[in-house]
Every structure is written in C-alpha cells, then in structure tokens.
Design a protein around this ligand. Structure first.
Ligand code: PLP
Length: 394
C-alpha cells in the first residue's frame, strides 16, 4: 500500500470505485454441469419432494458431521419450527445484537423474547448476562453465531444443563464456522442455518435445521409440511416450508466450494485486519483461539474519540467512494419497531455501543486483494482528512 494520499470523494475527490463495490454477492456461477442438473430436474417435472433435496441434506450431514440435516424454505422458519415442536412456553433469552429474524421466530410462537447484552469483544451473547436473566418462566436460550464467530458454546451449554433449558442456535451465519475445531451444526438441541444469497452457502433461498435428536428431526420434517406425517392428518399446525428441488441443486453446487470459500474469506479478513491495524481508533471482533469464523461479515468498531469521526460519518464517506458498507446490526433488535413494545428488563450498554459504532465492510468469497487494499486505502485517506470531513455537515 502506502500509495499517495487522495482527496476523499466526500470532500469532492473522485470516488475510488467507478461502480459500487458490493458489501456481498454470492460466489456461484452457472457451469455446464449445473445447467444440465437444472434441466434434468425441470424435465423430470419433480420440482419438489424429490431426490435432490434428500441428496443435499445427506451431503450437509456428511460435511457437518451431524445426524440430521433438514432442508427448509428459510432459516427463520427453521427457528420457528424448532421452538414449535419443542412445545416451549414462556420466555426465551436471546441477544439483541443480531438480525431481527432471531426474535421474530420467538414472537411467532407466542413466546416472550428476553434480550440480554453481548460480549464486548466477541459480540456474541454474554453467558453471564444470559444466566442472570433466567426466571422460572425461562424455557430456552437462543444464541447466535454473530458474523460467523462461534458463540461461547461450552459456557452456554453448562448454563442450559444447570437450569434445564433448551439451547438453540441461530446459525444463519455459521456454515463454515468451527468451535474449538468442531463444525457448527451439532451443538445444543438444534441449530438453524440460512441459505439466502447473502450467506456463504446459498441455495437462492433456504434453511437447514441440524440436530442429533431423531425425534426432533422427525417432527421438523413433519413441520415443514404443515405438520403432516404423510397421512393427510397433521399432528400439529406446521408451516409450508419445504426446499424446492432447484434450490437444492444450487445448494449442492455451493456446498462443493464452501470449504474453499471459508478459507478465502479468512484470508481476505486477515488482509483487511493487517492493512487497517495501523489506523487509530479501529478494532475488530475477537475470534477465540481454536475457533474458526466463517467470516459471513467483517466489521470494524469505530472509537470516535480516537479516530476523530463517527461510524456514521465514515459510513457516508465510504458510500461516496462507491464502497457499499452496512451498519450491521443497527438499530439493535430491542429498538426496532416490531419489538419496542416488548418489555425490556435488562440494560444493554454493550449492545448499544457496538450497534452504534460498528460497520461491516465489503467481503465476499471471491473478493480480490486489490479491492480490499483500495477500501483500506480509502479508510486511511478518510482518517487523514478527518478534521476537514468533521467540518462537513454529514
Ligand atoms: C439471514 C439471517 C436470518 C434469516 O435467514 P432466512 O434464511 O432469510 O430466514 C436469521 N438470523 C440471522 C442472524 C441472519 O443473519
């Protein structure tokens, strides 16, 4: 790096990218073999409930090393069904620093979300805060592997066992995540993964519930099909949330490149970390020794008093450079409209601080080093011009 300093676009300079650099984009392309597989399914006219979904599920089971992978229409419906088939009542403890789908699944089951604070370094649910929030009404803890960084599974497991609670993971970000060398997927009662196009492994849309519990798996399979065991006599009110055969084909091709893509993202994230480490006032999510993040996202945390500009000012300045960045997750879930009326028992100062000051940078599995260097250079230029930018009304 160490190129010459450039006038930031927000001060009238030319944008560093002539067309927008997306924050993410799926790494998938239509090979001849993919097109043949799609053609074969279309011509078979078996567009749902066929072999492709089952083949995909088996491949996921092998990759993750888990007894059951059940393909669904989305991760959110997976979370909804897990809570439903467990027959939970009362309260579910969850982090507020997450995507709001985690909380929707709770509300749709008539359960009460109880938001607790996250860890200031890993951004994941803080196990001590989770334990403090337990009441006689608590039924479960729903943890999230934020940005692909594994939650503190051991501590959460201990608390869940001690208090007789279910432990469920929103693993939307966690294809490719490892906790102490072990793949996400086999932890807690069940996990739910997302295959929407912003995630590492994509099937266009879709979700995967994983569990080692045979009975739970059988019920989730019923649940994705209205609760119908196949007798046209549903045992309970399920959802209509099957994965289509064509989606399973996309998912299978995506799975073939998952391991390579996780490695590419780790490399890309390390390059970002290296180039940004000498800019004052920026810090990164901590990945614990022995864990592997999928790097679904890479975020920087801005210390305004050191950097000299707020997260929001940096956000505006980067958009002016045609660098698409996102304020994940802002506002935190307890402040969005759908959940503002939930009575919030706990103060969430760490969540608010991270939510107010973090910014996710462009990261996708095929991003090239030069783009990363250009983004880092632009952030360096913005830092160099922080005083002038601070005087702008942005
Ligand atoms: C994307 C996402 C979801 C929702 O996944 P869908 O497959 O779109 O339902 C849930 N939780 C988190 C943390 C997510 O990022």
């Amino acid at each position: 790096m160490k190129k010459q300093r450039k006038v930031p676009a927000v001060l009238g300079g030319r944008a560093v990218f002539s067309s927008p650099l997306p924050i993410t984009t799926p790494t998938i392309s239509a090979s001849q073999s993919m097109l043949r597989a799609i053609g074969r399914v279309v011509n078979s006219r078996q567009l749902t409930n066929g072999n492709e979904v089952r083949k995909f599920e088996k491949a996921i089971e092998r990759y993750l090393g888990v007894r059951h992978a059940i393909a669904l229409g989305s991760c959110t419906s997976g979370l909804m069904l897990i809570l439903r088939v467990l027959g939970l009542r009362g309260e579910v403890i969850l982090p507020s620093f997450t995507f709001h789908a985690t909380a929707h699944a709770i509300i749709w089951n008539g359960l009460k979300p109880v938001f607790v604070d996250c860890d200031p370094e890993t951004y994941n649910i803080n196990p001590r805060e989770a334990e403090k929030a337990i009441t006689p009404k608590t039924a479960a803890i729903m943890a999230v592997n934020i940005f692909g960084n594994s939650a503190d599974i051991e501590a959460l497991g201990k608390i869940a066992r001690k208090h007789g609670l279910k432990l469920i993971f929103d693993s939307a970000h966690a294809f490719g995540t490892k906790y102490q060398g072990k793949n996400a997927g086999g932890f807690g009662t069940a996990e739910s993964f997302s295959l929407s196009p912003t995630k590492l492994l994509t099937a266009g849309e879709g979700g995967i519930v994983t569990t080692n519990d045979d009975e739970l798996a059988a019920k989730i399979k019923m649940g994705r099909n209205y609760g119908d065991p196949g007798s046209y006599d549903p045992e309970f009110s399920g959802l209509s949330s099957r994965m289509g055969e064509l989606n399973a084909i996309l998912g299978m091709f995506s799975l073939n490149t998952l391991e390579k893509n996780v490695k590419r993202r780790n490399r890309a994230a390390n390059l970002y970390r290296k180039h940004l480490s000498n800019i004052p006032g920026l810090s990164f999510q901590k990945i614990n020794e022995g864990d592997r993040s999928s790097y679904k996202d890479l975020s920087i945390l801005v210390d305004r008093s050191v950097f000299g500009l707020s997260r929001d000012q940096i956000y505006t300045a980067l958009l002016a450079e045609n660098i698409i960045v996102k304020k994940y997750f802002y506002p935190p879930v307890h402040r969005i409209r759908a959940f503002r009326n939930c009575q919030n028992r706990h103060k969430l100062p760490v969540t608010e601080k991270i939510s107010d000051n973090s910014l996710s940078l462009p990261l996708f599995s095929h991003i090239d080093d030069e783009s990363i260097e250009t983004v880092c250079q632009a952030i360096g230029d913005i830092y160099a011009c922080r005083e002038l930018i601070g005087q702008q009304n942005i």
